[in-house]
Design a protein around this ligand. Structure first.
Ligand SMILES: Cc1ncc(COP(=O)(O)O)c(C=O)c1O
Length: 373
């Protein structure tokens, strides 16, 4: 069994993918070919935003978003403590200071209450200028934007949505990638919508931000003269090949894959809910299930289950074994003293099980049998 079965997915849409790839090679328009803009228009319309600007990966998407929002040295950016490193390292990359915030254990997403405590603390210490929040739509579930957006307004902070894992999720009818002042996603192969390499995208409704991002992703070029460089930028474009692949995968994603992962979620929940804390999807929320993550009683039970699954050839993962505040790369960071009780708890008790749209009910039963035995 695969943790995320990309081969099965390829088999399901092989003809379309093969045609799309050979068409790009025949045209040999490898950089910013027409498929890139076609994909950007499709994705922007899907998530309900005016602009989508693709780039080389989700990490660059965050860095470009921070750059274009003018985040810089002495600025504080509030980010979930329990996430993939790029949510936080992107902040340090632009010279600002990440402030790690505890999570809600029910959703694994940033806790609005802890967020407000952190903002107040940074304000009262007066060393950094509170500038932005990076809420992460972890494991496919949108963060609590109702509360986060209220807090952002109260403290005049920008919201940079990290929907690297959250593409396809929604709250009522509002899609992930439409919640932030600017929103970012990743097309890493294992993501809900993944390509066959690295890829990412940024979403905005603001025309001038869109123009600045088009320049920043192409080494700061001017819109009229490629060799007149008006900003210090990066080389961060989505390859035409990846865009062509994503156009095909996007069809499968909206037509049946999203629905399929939600079915897998309900099969797992039904079998595991009495023994474990299974994923909690708040009323009105919809997850794109980048991961299906259970919460075990304690570290011992979690590690035991992981070993048992492994000896039955079933892969599982610990996302994530340590919080941002424990990462070595942040050891010299000037941290303010905040509580990470839930984040630490999660690192000890989480276990992510195989999750993808091509799992059958029998596959789920096989996993659960090992777990429950
Ligand atoms: C929450 C989160 N943010 C950012 C990223 C970075 O995306 P990429 O790997 O495409 O650079 C990832 C990817 O794993 C992620 O999970």
């Amino acid at each position: 069994m695969q943790f995320r079965d990309l081969k099965k997915q390829y088999e399901a849409i092989k003809d379309d993918i093969d045609k799309a790839v050979s068409s790009v090679i025949n045209d040999s328009n490898f950089i910013l070919g027409s498929q890139v803009k076609e994909l950007e228009d499709k994705l922007a319309s899907y998530v309900g935003r005016k602009h989508c600007i693709t780039c080389a990966n989700g990490t660059d998407a965050l860095v470009l978003a921070l750059m274009v929002m003018g985040v810089k040295k002495n600025d504080a950016v509030f980010v979930s403590d329990f996430t993939y490193i790029a949510s936080a390292s992107s902040i340090s990359f632009v010279g600002a200071t990440p402030i790690f915030v505890d999570i809600d254990l029910d959703t694994f997403n940033i806790s609005p209450k802890s967020l407000e405590t952190a903002i107040e603390k940074v304000k009262s210490e007066g060393k950094y200028n509170p500038k932005a929040i990076i809420p992460v739509d972890l494991f496919g579930l949108p963060a609590n934007y109702d509360e986060i957006l209220k807090i952002a307004k109260k403290y005049n902070l920008k919201v940079i949505e990290d929907a690297a894992q959250g593409f396809g999720g929604k709250i009522n009818n509002k899609m992930a990638c439409s919640f932030g002042d600017i929103s970012c996603t990743s097309f890493f192969p294992a993501k809900p919508l993944g390509c066959y390499g690295d890829g990412g995208a940024i979403f905005t409704d603001d025309d001038s931000i869109k123009d600045a991002l088009l320049s920043l992703r192409s080494n700061g070029k001017s819109p009229i003269d490629k060799y007149d460089n008006i900003m210090i930028g990066m080389n961060s474009r989505l390859d035409t090949l990846q865009a062509a692949i994503l156009l095909q995968k996007f069809n499968a994603f909206v037509e049946y894959e999203l629905e399929a992962v939600n079915k897998v979620y309900s099969w797992y929940n039904e079998l595991l809910k009495d023994k474990f804390k299974t994923p909690m999807i708040p009323e009105g929320y919809y997850s794109s299930f980048a991961q299906y993550t259970i919460l075990c009683k304690n570290e011992e039970e979690r590690d035991g289950l992981k070993d048992k699954l492994k000896s039955n050839n079933i892969p599982s993962m610990v996302y994530y074994p340590r919080g941002m505040h424990e990462q070595k790369c942040f050891k010299d960071l000037d941290k303010i003293s905040l509580d990470y009780k839930n984040s630490i708890e999660a690192t000890k008790r989480v276990l992510s099980l195989p999750m993808h749209p091509y799992l059958t009910k029998e596959d789920v039963e096989t996993v659960c049998k090992v777990i429950l035995n």
